[in-house]
Design a protein around this ligand. Structure first.
Ligand SMILES: [Zn+2]
Length: 71
């Protein structure tokens, strides 16, 4: 995970905005960078905040619910 390039300045939108409608673009919940936030495939966090969050939360993080897998 240390090979990931550093995120660009916050003025740069997340690359996901390039492939979605502008009506689905919103501010990232973490850094307020423009990201594909709404609609199909949208996420509340940008690519970089998501990577950081997953690194902090571990691989068991789920976005569809708060229940922990019974494993
Ligand atoms: Zn962000």
């Amino acid at each position: 995970m240390t090979s990931a390039p550093p995120p660009p300045p916050l003025s740069e939108p997340d690359p996901s905005t390039f492939t979605c409608s502008t009506s689905q673009v919103g501010p990232c919940s973490g850094c307020h960078r423009h990201t594909h936030k709404y609609g199909h495939g949208g996420l509340p966090l940008c690519h970089w905040c998501m990577a950081t969050a997953q690194a902090n939360w571990g691989n068991t993080v789920r976005f569809t619910g708060t229940r922990t897998p019974a494993v």
